[in-house]
Design a binder for this molecule. Sequence first.
Ligand SMILES: [Zn+2]
Length: 106
Amino acid sequence: MEEPFSEEAKEKEKARLLNEFDLKAEKWRMQSANNSCAGAPENWLKCHSVLVKAFRDCDGHTHDDVICGKWRRAPLNIQQFERWECFCAIEWDPCHADCAVPQVWV
Ligand SMILES: [Zn+2]
């Protein structure tokens, strides 16, 4: 009488399962890649808030305006404009709507 699971059958089954797993993993990878593209469309806007006004120090050296210069996430429909500042993000990202909050890197 034959063994219910010969070594050969076991190997075949193992290969079949591994192959099935690979196909599934590939599908998941493609899905998650699609999701990240279609997921949250966003823009990055640069803050032009002047933190320190241009000034002349006691040695007579002039210093330019020091601007915030941080990049903030914004919805795609919000476009960069020259005087865009961190606090403009209050509507969609109140946590980062302040020049004092460090920039997020993704
Ligand atoms: Zn800022």
